[in-house]
Structure formats: structure tokens, C-alpha cells
Design a protein around this ligand. Sequence first.
Ligand code: SAJ
Length: 476
Amino acid sequence: MSTSLADSFNERGPIKTIGVVGMGYVGIPAAALFAQSFPMVYGFQRDSISSGYKISLLNSGKNPLKGEEPGLDELIHNVVFKKKFECTSDFSKISICDAVTIAIQTPFVNSKDLIPDFSALEEGIRQVGKYLTKGTLVVLESTITPGTTAIWARKILEEESKLVAGRDFGLAHAPERVMVGRLLQNIQEHDRIVGGIDDISTKRAMELYGPILTKGKLIPMTATAAEVTKTAENTFRDLQIAAANQLALYCEAMGINFYDVRAGIDSLKGEGITRAILWPGAGVGGHCLTKDTYHLERGVRITEHEQVDFPVGVESLFVTARSINDFMPLHMFHLLKKGLARIGSDITGKKIGLLGWSFLSNTDDARNTPAEPFYNLCKEAGADICVHDPWVTHWPGIEIRSDIKRVLSDADAVIIFTAHRMYYDLTPTYIRELSGKNKFVIVDGRNVIEPDSFIQNGFVYLGIGRGDKNSHPIVG
Ligand code: SAJ
């Protein structure tokens, strides 16, 4: 009867069979890469109405993920053909796995209260616990609130398995850092944070992830430090964007060009000097930056060893950054109203062409898009708003058009929300012909167009950060 985790792992021997729970854009490439380096991998997928189809698709050697993922189709085909990977809804096979990774999303229950929905992740963890055997390593890969692995997940696994974490089984967090479009490359080349609830779990997690890294290095730490690393790396990006947004708002108010200032700041180089100034914009979307700050803030509360020493009455810098980024769609609305007022119009009844629905240029990913709050503001103000996006085809309750001519015809104003490649080719003549209007407003949320070419053609132009242009004289 092994009395220590090291003994449990030694009795189990080296990792040979791996289980990956959650056949999504994180689990599938991970399972395929594990299958390339280890004898056998089982991909566990609930046979649900929405995702059950992936089981047969994967077992026929096909990739269920949409979009271009270099190398993934071939890799899946190869490992399935070599019978080193099998997808199954039979979770009892967890019992023969030496290591099990869990990559199940934790979306918000709703965007208002910012509480993550852990229900799917909990179900996955319970299934693992139910079939967990001694000497297995369990690794959480989803982005989770700091403290989740060592407290919440540990409790569930011990309850379900009647085993003891840190003695009978190992437990770690190894956060995913993948971007759609470069899943395999990210897993292999990004450094991999591996954080165990104890040193033996961390060491075992390094044995699991080491073989699938090419350029990436292993970075060991504790499980909670790993959770903080993942949430904080996105919190810091959100903070950098908020700093650029606030400076852009200042530049608009001061009548100067943010992009001149940005170039100036960026020119400060030299030993030990960093000024990672990012770009202002119409807002921050996606499923990473919009939620990871709140995971971090919540994590402080549930893992607090002692009261945080922080200035009294001062809001968290990180939450303030979120508020600034979430303000940007309202700022775009203010710019639109300012522009319409300059042509003697009010927004009620005006036709607005909204260009760009996805949260990231040249993708169809529209999760938490900042265009939606702007759209709602325009609707509430009585505008007739039409949405164009060359990538996004559907959105609940909103018609997304792929024909930009339909969106611009008869329009009074056009708003650029996403820097899709095709918008850089927009010309004043093209827009004026389609709109048929003499007076026209254009608001640029992503620094896509060249202001003077539109201003010289009689447009009212406003752009984020363009304090030098936003009150230009109207030509003609
Ligand atoms: N954005 C700005 N200004 C910027 C950069 C981004 O307004 O200077 C906006 C974008 O328009 C978008 C949002 O922020 O609406 C998020 O953009 P993002 O480039 O951060 O893309 P994400 O949300 O997909 O972030 C992912 C994260 N990767 C992982 O979680 C593995 C993040 O950690 C990466 O830093 C980021 O990709 C990246 O650098 O590509």
C-alpha cells in the first residue's frame, strides 16, 4: 500500500496512456500531440447533441475544428490511422490512464455579473474522479480562478474517487496558451507553465508536457501560481490596451494625434527600457481579456492568506482598466453623435452602416464583441443600424450582412469597428456613390482609413485618438 505520491507514481511506472477530457480547440490538438509522443491517448467527449458528432468524426481521422489549423488535419489522421488515438464517450477508460488532462471552457453565466459558469468543468472533473485510480496525474488546462485546482477541483476529485490528492494521485494546472489559427504551433513553441499542488505532481506534469514541446520550455511553479500566471498575463494585456485607450481619449481632448505620441513613446529604446504601448480601439472583445481579470480578482478573495494591503477607497487598477476598455463602444457612440450634429442631424431615424462584428480582424470570432453594445446604443437611440462583416455570418437576433453595398446604400454614417483587411480599401467616392448622401459621417474605431482623403471629399471624419482631425473644418 503506497503511502506517498512518489510511491504511487513509481508503482504506476512511466506515463504511457493519456486521457484528454474535452474535445475542443484546446483538447484536440493536445491529444493529437500527446499521441505522437506517447503510446496511447483517449479523447473523452460527452455524447451530447451539440458535440457528440466529434466522436465519430475524430475516429474516422477527421478534424472537427473549423478554420485553418496548419498541420492538425494530417496529425489527427496519422495518430488515428496508427491506432494511437481514440475518441470515446466511455469515461470508465479514465481508469487505465496514467495521466488525464481536462480542457473544458468556463464561460460567463452572463456578461453582467461576470460569474464564470463552472458547471461543464465540474461535470468533467466529477467524471474523472469517478474512474480515477491510484498513481494517476490529473491536470486542469482551462483558464480558471486562482485557487480552483488546489481547493475546489481537489475536493471534487477526492469526493468522487475516495482517494487522497498528493498521496494517491497527483494534481496540477498547466494553462493553455493557444490562439485559434496556430493551435499546434502554440502548444509546441510557447513556454509551458506547469504548477502542481506539490513538487511531485509538478515533476510528473513536466514528464507529461516535456515531450510535446519543441521551442517551448517548461516553467515549473505551484498550481495557484500557475493559475495567477495565466489570468494575470491576460489582465496585463487588458491593462496595456486600457492605457492606450485612456491616452487616446486625452489626445482627442487635447486636439493632438495619438499616433504621433505613440511613435514618440515607442522610440524610447535602450538597455532595460520597455514601453509596450499598444493600440487604442473601439473596444476589447474575445473570451480571454474580457474575463481573466475577474478570475484574478476573484482568486485573490478565495485564496487570500491575509488581507491584501492596498490603498483604501482605490478601485483595483485591473478592474479600472476593464471599465476603460468597456467604455470605448460608448465613446464610439459619442463620436457618431458628434459627427451627425456637425451635419445638423440627430441620430434618430438615421441609417448607420456598422462595419465589423468580430472582435478580432480577419476572423469570424465575435465572442463578447464590443460592436454589440454600440449596436444596442444606436437601436435605443432610434437609429436604423445595418451590420456588415465579411467573416461572421450569424449572430442571435442580429442580421449580419456580407454585402457591404447593402449596408452602405442610403447610409448617413459609417462606423468602422473591426480592422478587417477589406475596409482598408474603402474610398470616399465608393462610399458616397453607395450612400447617395451629400453630407456623410465616418467614424474610424481602428485607425483604418486616411482622414484627409475623406475630409477633402466633404466627409465629417472622427477617429479614435485623432484629436488633430476630429474638429476639422467641413469642406464643400
Ligand atoms: N485590442 C486592442 N488594442 C490592442 C490589442 C488588442 O484594442 O493593442 C483588442 C482587439 O481588437 C480585441 C481584443 O483587444 O478586441 C483582444 O485582442 P487580443 O489580440 O488580445 O486577442 P485575444 O483576446 O484572442 O488574446 C489572445 C490571448 N492568448 C491566449 O489567451 C492564449 C492573449 O494572451 C494573447 O496575448 C493574444 O491572444 C495575442 O497576443 O495574440
